[in-house]
Ligand binder design. Structure first.
Ligand code: ADP
Ligand code: MG
Length: 294
């Protein structure tokens, strides 16, 4: 209907029964919900676009961002490792995005439970993640917020890339300059363009840097760049100052380290693309047991 009314909210609550909270953001809450007609479960992200008095501008921005998120999701549809948008409802105060439900939640929580992943599990997760990234990049989309909190797991622990809140479609020569994402996962070129004049902007390569940070973290249970003073941490990122420290990395083979090193390249041109990452030897030999000598 063309009535910008609460009808859509009534329609949502008529069609779905909201359940417990699964996650919360600045202006959104995600709940499990049940589609009444089918009994199927989904996750609904309810985004508040009402805006407090004096914050109407913020509300406009949230709405614009959400419309962009929906457009990107519609462009990236139909991939086994990208979250599926099932339904959308829009009212003057809320937007409801109904997604497929990822029952096993965030890769972040899974990692917290198990602390580290084996090379074999890491191979399965990272292959699915690179396939998702290769797909969105083929659609000229850059995600900009890849991290274990935004990688969801379904019943079979399959990866579903989610949270396209910072994602954008890039033109052929378009370069980005705005600082967004999550500090520990920011690529050096994102930091340098926000700190210096006359340096190039950034593009899709930032997602591959984040994949390097994620893969490092999965294998050893700690991030590659960490300092209690954030400025120091950002400096470490810009210098790609990380190590495969002992003892965490002692029993991890050379091949995944080589892949990580080729992702954590300061120069985005030297960094692997998602397609190249999938061709790396780490994904070629299926868990061939390595002989180790100490
Ligand atoms: P934000 O932009 O606020 O980070 P997200 O889209 O990342 O919003 O959702 C916030 C959190 O809600 C996620 O990190 C996850 O824990 C949970 N969540 C989101 N979508 C789903 C889903 N489809 N299935 C299960 N949990 C989800
Ligand atoms: Mg998120």
């Amino acid at each position: 209907s063309d009535l910008p009314s609460q009808d859509q909210a009534k329609e949502f609550y008529g069609k779905y029964e909201p359940k417990e909270i699964l996650g919360k953001g600045v202006s959104s809450v995600v709940r499990r919900c049940i589609e009444k007609g089918t009994g199927n479960e989904y996750a609904v992200k309810i985004i508040d676009i009402s805006g407090e008095k004096g914050e109407e501008f913020l509300a406009e921005e949230t709405k614009r961002d959400t419309v962009r998120e929906i457009n990107v999701l519609r462009l990236c549809i139909d991939h086994p490792h990208i979250i599926e948008l099932h339904d959308v409802f829009e009212t003057p105060t809320f937007i409801f995005l109904v997604f497929e439900l990822c029952k096993q939640g965030e890769l972040f929580d899974y990692l917290t439970q198990v602390v580290t992943l084996s090379e074999k599990r890491t191979r399965i997760i990272m292959r699915q993640l690179f396939e998702a990234v290769e797909f969105i990049h083929s659609k000229n989309v850059v995600h900009r917020d890849l991290k274990p909190e935004n990688i969801l797991l379904d019943d079979n622990l399959n990866v579903k890339l989610s949270d396209f809140g910072f994602a954008l479609v890039l033109g052929p020569d378009e370069e980005l300059t705005d600082l967004c994402g999550t500090p520990g996962y920011l690529a050096p070129e994102v930091l340098s363009v926000s700190m210096y004049d006359n340096v190039p902007g950034y593009r899709q390569e930032v997602d591959l840097w984040a994949c390097g940070v994620i893969m490092y973290t999965l294998l050893c249970g700690a991030p590659p760049f960490w300092h209690r003073k954030q400025m120091q941490m950002l400096r470490m990122i810009m210098q790609a100052n990380y190590t495969f420290g002992s003892p965490e990395w002692d029993d991890i083979s050379q091949i995944p380290k080589d892949l990580i090193s080729n992702l954590l390249q300061i120069d985005p041109k030297k960094r692997l693309t998602a397609k190249e990452a999938l061709e790396h030897p780490f994904f070629k030999r299926e868990a061939a047991p390595e002989k180790k000598f100490h």
